[in-house]
Design a protein around this ligand. Sequence first.
Ligand code: ADP
Length: 260
Amino acid sequence: MEQSLIQAQKLEALGTFAGGIAHDFNNLLMAIQGRASLMRVQLGDTSEPLLEHVLAIEEHVGSGASLTRQLLGSARGGKYNPQPVNLNLLVSRCAEMFGRTRKNIQVSRNLSDSHVVAVVDEQQIEQVLLNIFVNASHAMPDGGELHIGTSLEMVGEKGLGSHPLPAGMYVAIEVTDFGVGMDEVTMARIFDPFFTTKDKSRGTGLGLASAYGIVKNHAGCITVRSEPGHGATFTVYLPASERTPIVPPEHEGAVVKGAA
Ligand code: ADP
């Protein structure tokens, strides 16, 4: 069966699974959180060690709730609010946000001068890019360069490699790291829900599965090239649009072209 169809079915199965339990599980977490807050209030201003335990419970419950939200988000693809977006601006914003939090990663950009606009849900594509950036930084634990480029690409009747994309113009967002890379066996599984090679504190195996689902919902695809020890390049393809992008007021007049 076509690889992308298998992938879509796996995501659908994950959706049913997550949708079925995540809501109830979240209610349980909320009940625990409610009790923990009551205990905190009753303990009042105290130096009792018990208070520390209660605060720890609240913190862990918070992490659990955020994991449940991520599960639900990846299963349903979140709320979908598509608009024409200038992807140079979106990429720049994500790169800056990311660069601020990872001081040992040098982000370089090579953004297209063309009309790189696509009709997308900005928040969802932001999540896709950030997932890819975070993986890149994990692949370079001692730091290094993260290169991000945008371009307009024509996809022909045959689609894109094994991806059956409809023919047309696409905006390609290419993210390259120079980290540990992957072998073929790993690469074949990276979009599978819950596949991770990281330890439990770092990896859930949901980042790329959710990125895949989001980009697929946008009628695009994600490709990957990598070799062990030689880094990895992820490319996100989104159908290009001729429409005029909505410019958020804080970005008006921003310089987005060229290397940074
Ligand atoms: P997680 O980050 O929680 O492990 P992901 O779905 O984001 O889940 O990634 C799945 C796996 O893909 C990672 O555990 C890792 O093995 C591999 N991977 C993803 N991005 C890269 C990268 N840039 N370089 C090397 N391996 C990667």
